[in-house]
Design a protein around this ligand. Structure first.
Ligand SMILES: CC(C)(COP(=O)(O)OP(=O)(O)OC[C@H]1O[C@@H](n2cnc3c(N)ncnc32)[C@H](O)[C@@H]1OP(=O)(O)O)[C@@H](O)C(=O)NCCC(=O)NCCS
Length: 190
């Protein structure tokens, strides 16, 4: 508690937005005339996150309850957002805002199959890009399976570029990952 207070005090005196708490105000948005509630994920959302994960990565259970819990609870570093339609959790995104780094790392993004290709993934990615920009980060990064062409198409359409492969990155089938990055055009800052 004292540590947190000191960090906030430090951020206040130094005017460093990167040290500020990662806050997010719930919002209702319209996509193709459908209304979605966008909010920060909390621990009770994890069963729904797991069921979404199972639908989009049926053979990969590396993100279990404990992994989600640790990620979501580390709320000074991580920001996990969910989208609900008619109270059903239909999409989520996670990102790590490492204070010592200039880079925000997207850890996960997924949209339930029946809601895919409707702009939800693009919306969530844009929220994270805008958030990173508002905190003066220099870039965002992520890894994506080499075979995952839909996701790569999404990232490229947003301005991410490929920076080589990470060999055998995925434990499940030892697939290579493409290292992708989005750079803000304000070098020397942050
Ligand atoms: C990748 C994923 C998050 C994209 O979310 P989405 O809401 O379906 O994507 P959007 O509707 O916002 O699409 C935005 C753009 O991405 C690209 N894209 C998305 N899905 C695509 C597909 N199946 N084929 C080709 N391009 C695709 C297109 O450029 C699209 O723009 P367009 O519809 O105007 O052509 C979603 O498909 C998903 O959850 N996949 C399974 C989990 C996953 O792979 N996550 C990424 C891990 S790195």
């Amino acid at each position: 508690m004292l540590k947190k207070f000191n960090a906030l005090l430090h951020a206040f005196w130094n005017g460093d937005p990167k040290q500020a708490e990662l806050t997010f105000r719930n919002r209702h948005i319209l996509i193709n005339k459908n209304s979605f509630l966008v909010s920060r994920a909390i621990v009770p959302d994890i069963p729904e996150l797991l069921s979404l994960q199972k639908k989009v990565y049926p053979n990969d259970s590396s993100w279990n309850f404990g992994v989600f819990e640790e990620e979501i609870k580390n709320e000074n570093k991580n920001l996990y957002l969910i989208m609900r339609h008619d109270d059903r959790l239909v999409a989520f995104i996670g990102a790590a805002f490492d204070r010592g780094e200039h880079d925000v790392h997207i850890t996960n993004v997924a949209v339930t199959p029946t809601y895919q290709r409707a702009g939800l993934g693009r919306y969530l990615m844009r929220v994270m890009i805008d958030y990173a920009n508002s905190l003066n980060y220099q870039s965002l990064s992520l890894e994506v399976r080499q075979s995952n062409e839909p996701a790569q198409a999404l990232y490229k359409s947003l301005g991410f570029t490929s920076h080589g492969l990470k060999k055998d990155y995925y434990v499940f089938n030892r697939e290579d990952a493409v290292d992708m990055r989005y750079e803000f055009s304000r070098k020397g800052n942050g």
